[in-house]
Design a protein around this ligand. Structure first.
Ligand SMILES: Cc1cc2nc3c(=O)[nH]c(=O)nc-3n(C[C@H](O)[C@H](O)[C@H](O)COP(=O)(O)OP(=O)(O)OC[C@H]3O[C@@H](n4cnc5c(N)ncnc54)[C@H](O)[C@@H]3O)c2cc1C
Length: 455
């Protein structure tokens, strides 16, 4: 079998390559061992967001009295939550498989191995391509000495649970850990987070971490930061994390959420001489590996492991194969959202990164507190919009915290990616009352003409 493009792995990166390639008239094969849609659709973005929505509903019912609405939360039925979640996945999966076949992509089911720079072997079939695009994704990592099994689980098992844990321990205060901590708390659990770095959400601007920690404390979520794990042991009833400082943290389950490793072992990548580093496939800024016409997309390429990065990389690779010349992706300008309550949304450089890049004195920042934003008051949420800007120059980063601020990241992305100056944005009209206005207010403050803010 011979194609213009052979894509190995049907996750966000792989299927985006296949769909765009077919759209551009290329003859494409997509090889997938499990289900098209990959981690994001079946074990990642979509199922977690369905659970987070159920969590928001639980919180709304629990707090209904605050708004004068009589309601009582009588329980959370995980069988029903899981059915709702699966219904969303099934509908999207049906749509996606329809798209793949509708665009004329040849879907080959099975486990593929790279056997030459232009060929993938699936069982006894050799599938050749003028170009090969690798998108084999990632798996939940653990840390040395912590084995997954029994009461020690990853996000894969956490998404399948048919009960709400009573007092789960979450190892890792990054995106996945924070989202599960948030869901389980809304469902009534007593959660404790253990994070090795000095703060929760350690990749975000420090101001975001501080405010998130305050909000989580208020929600009754316990956490220890700068806490390194020495060992983990479990018995029939509980699991205990012993920290290097001698303290222990116990619960009924331990969710290990310490990041994701590239799924590249035993796939023929090293044998074909691909440049690799700690399991990741190295590429140039156009995603070429430098070996034949082999390209790589998604979580196996070092950088942010996000579905929309995979989509964009896949589209760009397909376009390059078809002879177009899309520009390389600017990694810092990929929007980042953590969908816990309150949400975190950010883009571009943090204040610390901007100062490191341009010098302390070249950077100015402003934080607009959501206390002054009407819609946020209606929603009863706290947080802020923070802008990091080059003095007299463009906006370099935006960092937001508060319920629903994930929906604001679109405007933030345009501002940062189009290198807008604060004065450009201060001229724009933001609808009242929306949370979006907080962005407008932050820029008015930065332009020296704050409206709903104390000078
Ligand atoms: C709990 C969780 C929540 C997440 N939430 C978000 C979110 O809200 N937003 C966001 O942007 N990102 C989120 N992510 C990350 C997102 O899921 C990944 O970045 C994205 O799925 C990566 O896409 P990919 O194409 O690189 O790999 P994957 O989606 O992992 O797909 C790889 C595919 O390749 C197949 N495959 C692998 N090896 C072979 C082989 N040898 N032969 C055949 N097939 C093979 C696999 O079966 C899989 O289907 C989340 C991840 C997790 C785990």
């Amino acid at each position: 079998m011979s194609f213009d493009v052979v894509v190995l792995g049907g996750g966000s990166g792989g299927y985006a390559t296949a769909l765009r390639g077919a759209q551009l008239g290329l003859n494409v094969a997509l090889i997938e061992a499990d289900k098209v849609g990959g981690t994001c659709l079946h074990r990642g973005c979509i199922p977690t967001k369905a659970m987070l929505h159920a969590a928001e509903v639980a919180d709304a019912v629990r707090e209904a009295g605050k708004f004068g609405v009589g309601a009582q939360l009588t329980g959370v039925d995980m069988t029903q939550v899981n059915a709702f979640k699966q219904g969303v996945i099934d509908r999207l999966y049906k749509g996606l498989t329809g798209l793949v076949s509708g665009r004329g992509v040849t879907l080959i089911e099975g486990w593929g191995t790279l056997v030459a720079a232009n060929a993938v072997q699936v069982g006894d079939q050799r599938i050749e391509g003028k170009h090969v695009v690798l998108g084999t994704g990632s798996y939940a990592r653990s840390i040395p000495g912590v084995e997954i099994g029994g009461r020690v689980i990853t996000s894969d098992q956490a998404l399948q649970m048919d009960y709400v844990p009573q007092n789960p321990v979450v190892l890792g205060g990054g995106v996945i850990g924070l989202e599960f901590a948030s869901v389980w708390t809304s469902f009534g659990a007593k959660v404790q987070i253990v994070e090795g770095l000095p703060r929760l959400a350690p990749n975000e601007d420090e101001a975001v971490s501080k405010a998130l920690e305050r909000a989580f404390r208020k929600r009754g979520i316990g956490f220890k930061t700068g806490a390194m794990v020495a060992e983990v042991f479990q018995d029939e009833n509980s699991v205990t994390v012993k920290l290097q400082n001698g303290e222990t943290v116990s619960g009924d389950i331990l969710l290990v959420a310490v990041g994701r490793g590239p799924r590249t072992a035993d796939l023929g990548y090293e044998a074909q001489g691909l440049p690799m580093d700690r399991g990741f496939v190295l590429t140039d800024d156009r995603l070429r590996t430098g070996v034949g016409n082999v390209w790589a997309v998604g979580d196996i390429v070092p950088g942010l492991q996000l579905a929309h990065r995979g989509f964009q990389q896949g589209i760009a690779v397909a376009e390059r194969i078809a002879g177009l010349n899309p520009p390389p992706l600017i990694e810092a300008n990929i929007p980042r959202v953590t969908y816990c309550e309150p949400e975190i949304a950010s883009i571009g450089l943090t204040e610390a990164a901007a100062k490191a890049a341009y010098g302390e004195d070249a950077i100015e920042t402003v934080e607009y507190n959501l206390a002054g934003n009407g819609k946020s008051q209606v929603l009863q949420t706290q947080g802020f919009v923070k802008v990091v800007s080059l003095k007299g120059g463009p906006v370099l980063g935006m960092h937001m915290l508060g319920s629903r601020v994930g929906e604001l990241v679109g405007e933030a992305q345009l501002i940062v990616s189009w290198e807008a100056h604060p004065s450009d944005v201060a001229e724009l009209v933001h609808a009242h009352p929306t949370q979006d206005e907080a962005i407008g207010e932050a820029f008015m403050a930065l332009a020296g003409k704050p409206l709903h803010a104390h000078a």
